[in-house]
Design a protein around this ligand. Structure first.
Ligand code: COA
Length: 371
């Protein structure tokens, strides 16, 4: 038996949800550039789950289903109020609350496709409410109920801030959701598929995926990018700060990728949005510093920015707390997790690879009293 560390290059399943071929990302065959420029997040979610873009009626009905499912049981918020809130990271709160949501869904254990599709809608809708509700509760505010006439992106910002976002903020946020929606067999998606392939329930699959996304080598990188930029503080410090990281053999968050070798195609959209928002807010410091970090890392190591790098300064410009960046990734990526879980349930086989044993050779058992 031979193994590949980190399963690099291993093809573990077939999937029609999204593909990365020659550094081009597509969702169900549609180029990410087209979707990012032209689609609402709701259209993209529909596409990922149904294999085709919705017509007007289908989109309207689907968007309505989502907004009608956004409310969460009051108990979820009551539990949050009892969390040791000062020390709870929003990703841990999200992981816990999603697991709890399963307790309030009478059909949570079903894995037939019809029921699974209903659960997918519930999770897609409620995760936005969970993230925004927790963000408010920890500030001593009450959660804000969704508005039925707002888009998914606008509703998220509305539930977060308690006021309707302007068009620029909504468009930027919508685009970020589209760009994060799915990404082939990334670590959290693989986790979700492994979990439900045991025929465990949908909520367990999404809870497990959130746990995988939380790590700094995956979705947790975007929050750390902003932490790094805050520490660097001024563009003049970029060179020495990054050089110091290289000298200490530390990884620069938001750079590199397991699959893309010529750059992450999502990064250019996020760079553009980061610039646009910086121009509008007049606070271009974070964008300028990001450019300087990119130049230093790329010139020195040939590493290119990934999806997490410019999303950090972009979300910051939208006034979003830094520790909500990764939960926002989850608000979008649950669409991809859902699509992959539906795909797994519809043609399931237990996922159970092997390990190459490298431990001690056969040993004779020594009784406890003789050790
Ligand atoms: N900063 C500095 N060096 C990096 C780096 C980074 N962000 N990403 C990769 N490298 C270097 C590694 O140190 C390694 O160098 P070596 O061969 O001299 O030891 C080489 O590039 C290969 O990296 P490796 O960690 O083996 O690649 P991987 O495919 O296992 O990991 C990532 C991919 C994304 C986890 C990795 O690039 C990383 O940790 N990036 C930072 C975290 C991040 O942004 N994650 C979000 C991903 S979308």
């Amino acid at each position: 038996m031979s193994q590949t560390k980190g399963l690099e290059g291993v093809v573990a399943t077939t999937s029609s949800v999204s593909s990365i071929i020659d550094d081009v990302l597509t969702y169900q065959g549609y180029h990410i550039d087209d979707l990012a420029e032209k689609s609402s997040f709701e259209e993209v979610v529909y596409l990922l789950w149904n294999g085709q873009l919705p017509n007007k009626e289908e989109l309207q009905s689907f968007s309505q289903q989502l907004v009608e499912n956004m409310e969460v049981p009051e108990e979820i918020f009551n539990y949050m109020k009892a969390y040791p809130i000062a020390d709870v990271h929003p990703m841990a709160a999200l992981r816990t609350a999603v697991s709890q949501l399963g307790l309030y869904d009478a059909e949570a254990d079903a894995s037939d496709i019809e029921t699974a599709k209903r659960i997918a809608v519930k999770l897609q809708a409620k995760i936005a409410t969970v993230v925004t509700g927790f963000a408010r509760i920890r500030e001593g505010k009450e959660p804000v109920a969704p508005k039925k006439d707002l888009s998914f992106a606008a509703n998220f910002l509305y539930m977060l801030n308690g006021e309707q976002p302007n068009e620029t903020a909504t468009d930027a946020f919508n685009k970020a959701l589209v760009l994060h929606a799915d990404h082939e067999l990334n670590a959290s998606t693989f986790t979700a598929r492994v979990c439900v392939a045991t025929l465990s329930d949908f909520y367990s699959g999404i809870t497990a995926a959130i746990g995988a996304l939380k790590g700094p080598l995956h979705g947790g990188a975007n929050e750390r990018v902003m932490g790094m930029l805050s520490e660097i503080d001024t563009p003049e410090n970029v060179d020495s700060y990054i050089q110091d990281m290289f000298d200490k053999k530390e990884k620069v968050m938001g750079f590199g990728h397991r699959v893309y070798k010529n750059g992450d195609p999502r990064a250019k959209h996020l760079r553009e949005m980061s610039k646009k928002l910086a121009d509008i807010t007049g606070e271009d410091k974070w964008y300028e510093m990001s450019l300087a970090v990119e130049k230093k890392v790329t010139d020195s190591k040939g590493l290119l920015p990934n999806v997490d790098f410019y999303s950090a300064s972009m979300y910051h410009s939208l006034g979003i707390d830094h520790d909500l960046f990764t939960p926002i990734f989850a608000v979008s990526r649950v669409s991809g997790w859902n699509a992959h879980i539906l795909e797994q349930y519809s043609d399931n086989r237990l996922i159970r690879p092997r390990a190459e044993y490298v431990g001690p050779d056969k040993r004779s058992y020594v009784p406890l009293e003789e050790r």
